[in-house]
Design a protein around this ligand. Structure first.
Ligand code: FES
Length: 62
């Protein structure tokens, strides 16, 4: 399961998402998600923006 951590660097937040091999997630680009950094569908309130889909390389564990 994806893990994430947000830290502040030079006064700006930086979120790092760690995925397991083969794991696929939708990352929020609209900043409306209650589950940020993951998309929860809230982007439907915005126009012209949606998540970015990211998949880690490798095979998913069975
Ligand atoms: S909720 Fe932000 S992109 Fe989906």
């Amino acid at each position: 399961m994806a893990k994430h951590q947000t830290e502040e660097i030079d006064g700006r937040p930086r979120t790092v998402v760690e995925l397991e091999p083969g794991e696929r997630v939708a990352l929020c680009r609209c900043f409306k998600s209650a589950k940020f950094p993951f998309c929860d569908g809230s982007h439907k309130q915005c126009q012209g923006v949606g998540p970015v889909i990211v998949q880690a390389p490798g095979e998913k564990a069975q």
